[in-house]
Write a protein that binds this ligand. Sequence first.
Ligand code: FES
Ligand SMILES: [Fe+2]
Length: 429
Amino acid sequence: MNSTVRFPLEDPLYKAGQAAAEMLQARDRNFSLPQPFYNDEQLFALDMQNIFEKEWLFAGMTCEIPKKGCFLTVNVGDNSVVVVRGEEDSIRAFHNVCRHRGSRLCSKASGKVAKLVCPYHQWTYELDGKLLFAGTDMGSDFDMSAYGLKPVHVRTHGGFIFICLADEPPALDDFGDALSEYVGPHGMDNVKVVAESDIIEKANWKLVIENNRECYHCNGAHPELLNSLYQFDDTEDPRATPEYKQVVERKQNDWESEGVPWRLQRFGQQNRITRTPLVEGTVSMTPDGQQGVGQLMGRLTSPDMGSLRILHLPNSWNHVMGDHAVVFRVIPIGPQETRVTTKWLVNADNQEGVDYDPETLRKVWDATNDQDRQLAEENQRGINSLAYEPGPYSETFEFGIIDFLDWYSQRMLSNLQGLEPELKLANAQ
Ligand code: FES
Ligand SMILES: [Fe+2]
């Protein structure tokens, strides 16, 4: 599908790719990355090509496009993608690019349409991407069937929509199946988004993920979050206290008897799912730790479901609780700029103002996101200094970052090797 010929001037990127591969091969896995990985334009372009254009990305929730013709758009670097619900509830994704002269089709973040109509010269596409109308002047031998929208791989699992821009997407099934199973009791086919935040962090996307992968900073930074969140989510965690282990055992027995999945599952270093209790006496990440929504999610009968933590690299972490869920999407914008979108979801049967107050519901994570933004931005500023050199991670507190960077390095090295023939071909022209 990708017939784009790379322009020869991309040669410097090939050299940057070789340099990046050498640095990744030479790195110490217990140390942060060399400076260019966090602030260099070319390294950023390589991240976009080799991670964000190759991996499955969390795009949004199926409940955001509830009816035929509803769409949402996601901008992955230069690539705008439209995800649309069509006939018989099918969800498809396309490059948001008109096949006439390339205009973007949908400029809004979301909306509802009967057909996808290009705003430039009104070429019109069916919701399955087929070109329906191309004016009257294209000539009698114009082959409409050759100008459908270019598809993007899309999968849905448990209400989560994933897209992949690669020609051949990597495997997602094992994680996707587990995700569907674990969120099953939360009834993700009957939820609605009741609050949303979109913040721009002036930091490289890897710093945003690194910050999320450790709670070493939580004590000093997150008073609101620590009201309900333990700093660890696994009894094997070296920091897990005997009290935590007891709470876990008790809660896991409760969940087991309700048929609610909880066991930690890892899918390589890329995906991780586990249900962990919230701090004793709390059941939700609300300001007072109490249930913040009248009707619980799905088939649940108790709000005390802890937090189902779902990690999907490179761009999502999530907390699914008894009364609501908070989902997070990370999209890089530039070497030192990242968009973090947070959405709060509740059972769709709840009424605003009666069963929940969106302003109360969002308080804890609004505060936490802003604290994390400041930490990531300060981290970025320091890294930009002449004085920065890779520093050591704590294996006790920061093993999550070590895992993330192992995954990142492995994917980069593997995909960078695939970059070589394409650029060599471009150079030969
Ligand atoms: S660019 Fe879309 S109709 Fe012309
Ligand atoms: Fe944090």
